[in-house]
Each structure stands twice: as C-alpha cells, then as structure tokens.
Write a protein of this length. Structure first.
Length: 513
C-alpha cells in the first residue's frame, strides 16, 4: 500500500528532565486506564492477564472497567478480577458504570446496579480510595448518568435514595462519577450524599475548541464562554502534489524558489497555529473549574444577573480573577476526590445507522505530552508558572486502553471491535504510547520527579495521520466535524538519557511503500 505524506515540516517536543525537587502527597496517587468491557466478548482470563501484565509493566495501576448493558459483560468483569488476582501484581480494578448504555429509569434499574457493585466490592483487587478515612472504600465511577432518575423526581434524588444512600450501599462505596453538567451544580450532589468526588472525562481534550460558525472554517477557531471568543489564523496554503519522477526542465529553479517560499510560509502558519492553540492544548483551566465546583458560592456575593462572585478583600485571587469563599469545613479539596483525564487523541466516524458520532477533537501540538506535564506540574508545582493553589489530583485516568471506536486506545488491538471501526484502526497500532505513558505515570506517582532514562531506554516516538487534512471522504458517513482544526504534520517526541538538540526533517512529495 502506498502512503502519500503531504508534509513540509515536522515538529518535535522536548520532555522535562529529572528534577531534584520532591513534593510527596500524603494521599496515594493512582494511574488507571479506561477499559471497554464491551469490546471484550471473546476475551479469556488469559487475555485479561496479558492486558494486566502489559499495563502494569508501563506503570499503570489498574483498569476502570466500563460496563454496559450486554448480559455477558458481568462475566467478562468477573474474569478480569480473577486475572488480576492470579497475576500477583496488586493490579486494581473498579467499575465504571456506562450510563449511556445501562438503563436508569426505575428503582429496578438501580437495584441491578447495586447488585453489580456489591458483587465485586469485596474483591482483593478492588480499588479502594478515601481522602478522609483510614479505611478506604471501594471506588465506583460512571460514564454519564447526570440525567438518571431511577423513578424519582430528579437525578439528585434518584442517585441519592436509590444508590449511594440506599441501605444496601450507604457508607460502603466511594462514588466518583463523570457527570456531564455545570461544575457549579456539583454542590447539590455533594450535599445530597451522592458525589464523593468528580471524574472530569472531557478534560482530556480541548473540547471547547471548535471550528467557528461564521466565516471560513479553516481560518478561525472558536471556544466557549471561559475563553476568548475567536482566534484568527491565516488561511492554510493548499498542499501541492508533485511527480518526483518527472524530468527536469527550465522551470526547476523557479519551482525550487516557490517551494522554499511555501515551506517558509507553512512554517510561519504552523508557528501561528501553535501559538493560538497553546492556551488550550494541555490546559488545566477546565480542571480548575471542576475543582472550584466543590466550593459553595455565597449568594450575597453574586452580582445581579450573574453567576460569578464579587471579589472579597480577605480572599486570595491567586489563579482566577474571581475568588470563591470557602466553607468552614473545606480544607484541602474538602476531602473530595479529583480524577483527571488524559488521552492521546479522539477520532470517530460512525454514521447515523450505527453510533451516530462523526467528529474529532483537536489533538495536535503534542497534546498527550503537554496534558501529562500540565497535570504533573499542577500536582507538584516546581516553578513560578504553576498555579499557586495547585490541583490536588488523586487519580489520573487514561482514555483509553481499548476504545477502538474513538481511536484513543494505547493498548493492543484485540477482542471484538465495534463494527466499522476497523476502517480506521486496521494496522494502526498505538503501542508506542506505552513507554511515553510510563515516563509520565512515574513522575505523577513519585512526587513530580521524572525518571532517569538509560541509553538502552532511549526512544523516538512519532505519529501522524495517513492522509492529508484536505482528503475527501469517500463514504456516506460524510465529512468529520472538526477536521478543519487538524494539521498536516508529523509529531515527534524523544526520550533521551541526556539533554540534546534533535532535528527532524520530513520532505514533501515523498512516497513510502
């Protein structure tokens, strides 16, 4: 198969070097990976054992087991727990209830969830976590669920009366869901005894970054209310296709000059894009909004018609320009657990006749590395550029180990893929993410200290798409929403034993076989 790369340049990224500063948190830090049980129908215990061994080898502590409504999935979960026990690796597991799949309209639905949770809660490899108790409880999470009522008059009352505060579960679990809702609404779920913490699923990508609704979609970018309304970028230079086998002619000198000018212009555009996207790629702004959601807003401090509090002279404005008054019992995060997310990218291309999702999130500009570094630096600040009130991140969840349909898997391609996803996963192994993942997980779990790299461990990680951003879709699903945001660039990262300058060159019009 021929692969044509329409590339004029490559961008590399230098990783942080080991630091002598050590800031150890009093709470344990975990890194887990999101594992789609729905993609494991043919799995045996050996398949689970292989996944667990590979993940553990790369400093991943456990799997968040995304379980849906298929009747066979609890059996695969049981196999996973059995494999974890047999591994002897102290590998942790916990349920991530996929509420986009599991029913949640009646008390009977809640009963099924309680039974599922209790079935595995006492297992030796169940992840337990608490920031306030010496006896941590089994951790349970979700994907979605903010609209579930379980037959009650509201989601809050549903989750409270039928799940966390029900006699069968009350005081027996630590509940850290991923509810897709305004973080300012968290307090009702906290006060109602529902949320013991928050998993910020969408924090993994700059989801607020979208193509502008007005004007040329490849010249401007837009974002939500927390950021500047628009970022304007110069129109991209169309990629040119050349026949390298064509005989030279009198226009060669002119062509070389034109190509040189085009390369210069392309590099300028890349620099502009990089600068414009820098505030989004790897940003922890959304994380801070989620953490601030734990803090009750004092009503008399709210300006008329607004939702942001007025400044208090006695309060620090160390990061936001608008401070929040603390509860008297708040302390460090009020004892609540914050689970952050990280992901290498996101692409999905399903039509309306299947999963009906056809979009991507921006993942250029070394998103995976920069997001990891932002989370490590915010957890263990070592320089003045970090927030003075850092994020107190307890767990980082990698999205994902095996979600092939959304392209962000870092594990091997195996099991049962969603029908149709083979079109963009076939032959596209992502195992190269694992050594890079290991590098960052080590730093997060060891007080912000990046590990030393030996000569034998040196690596070069490169990634790109196999087609131009200008490629036309040849199937009935249609153009991928957000495609205007991606760049025709090869991205590289080096893991080196010693600091060094590394130069990469990728030439246009080159053909790989």
């Amino acid at each position: 198969m021929f692969l044509f790369l329409f590339l004029l340049f490559t961008l590399s990224y230098a990783l942080p070097v080991p630091s002598t500063t050590e800031l150890i948190s009093s709470n344990p830090k975990y890194v887990v990976a999101h594992h789609m049980v729905g993609n494991t129908f043919p799995y045996t215990i050996q398949d689970w054992s292989d996944d667990i061994t590979l993940a553990s080898k790369h400093n991943i502590d456990g799997f968040a087991l995304n379980i849906g409504s298929d009747p066979w999935q609890p059996d695969r979960v049981a196999d996973a727990y059995q494999a974890a026990l047999q591994s002897g690796l102290d590998f942790k597991l916990f349920l991530s209830l996929d509420m986009s799949s599991l029913p949640c309209a009646s008390p009977t639905d809640a009963q099924a969830l309680r039974s599922l949770v209790l079935k595995f809660a006492g297992h030796p490899n169940q992840l337990r976590y608490s920031k306030t108790s010496p006896d941590p409880l089994p951790l349970v999470s979700t994907f979605s669920g903010e609209a579930c009522t379980f037959g009650q008059d509201s989601p809050l009352n549903g989750w409270s009366s039928q799940f966390t505060q029900h006699d069968e579960l009350k005081g027996k679990i630590t509940f850290v869901p991923s509810f897709f809702m305004d973080p300012n609404s968290f307090n009702g779920f906290v006060d109602g005894g529902v949320m013991d913490g928050d998993f910020n699923w969408n924090g993994a990508w700059p989801v607020e970054l979208t193509t502008a609704s007005q004007g040329s979609s490849d010249t401007s970018l837009s974002c939500d209310e927390y950021y500047s309304p628009f970022i304007y970028l110069p129109r991209r230079v169309p990629w040119r296709v050349s026949n390298d086998n064509a005989p030279p002619n009198s226009n060669v000198a002119s062509k070389q000059t034109t190509d040189a000018n085009q390369q210069t212009q392309t590099k300028t555009i890349a620099s502009t894009i990089s600068s414009a996207l820098s505030k989004f790629i790897g940003s922890t702004d959304g994380d801070l909004l989620h953490v601030k959601g734990w803090v009750r807003l004092v009503p008399h401090l709210l300006p008329r018609g607004g939702s942001r509090p007025l400044p208090l002279e006695s309060e620090s404005t160390s990061w936001f320009s608008f401070p929040f008054k603390k509860r008297q019992d708040e302390g460090q995060g009020n004892g609540k657990i914050y689970m952050a997310s990280v992901s290498p990218w996101f692409f999905t291309h399903f039509g309306a006749d299947t999963f009906n999702k056809n979009f991507l999130y921006t993942a250029d500009q070394h998103l995976y590395a920069k997001r990891w570094e932002a989370l490590v630096n915010s957890s263990f600040p070592t320089n003045s550029n970090s927030p003075s009130k850092p994020l107190n991140i307890d767990i980082i969840q990698i999205i994902s180990w095996n979600d092939y349909g959304e392209s962000h898997y870092i594990g091997p391609i195996k099991g049962a893929q969603p029908t149709g996803s083979e079109a963009w996963t076939g032959g596209m192994g992502h195992a190269a993410w694992l050594p890079l993942t290991s590098y960052y997980t080590s730093a997060f779990k060891n007080g912000g200290q990046y590990p030393d790299i030996s000569k034998d461990e040196e690596k070069l990680v490169m990634w790109s798409r196999t087609h131009s951003a200008q490629a036309q879709v040849g199937d009935p699903v249609g153009e991928v929403t957000g495609k205007e945001l991606v760049e025709d660039t090869v991205w590289t990262i080096t893991l080196l034993a010693e600091p060094a300058n590394v130069t990469f060159e990728v030439y246009a019009y080159y053909t790989f076989v």
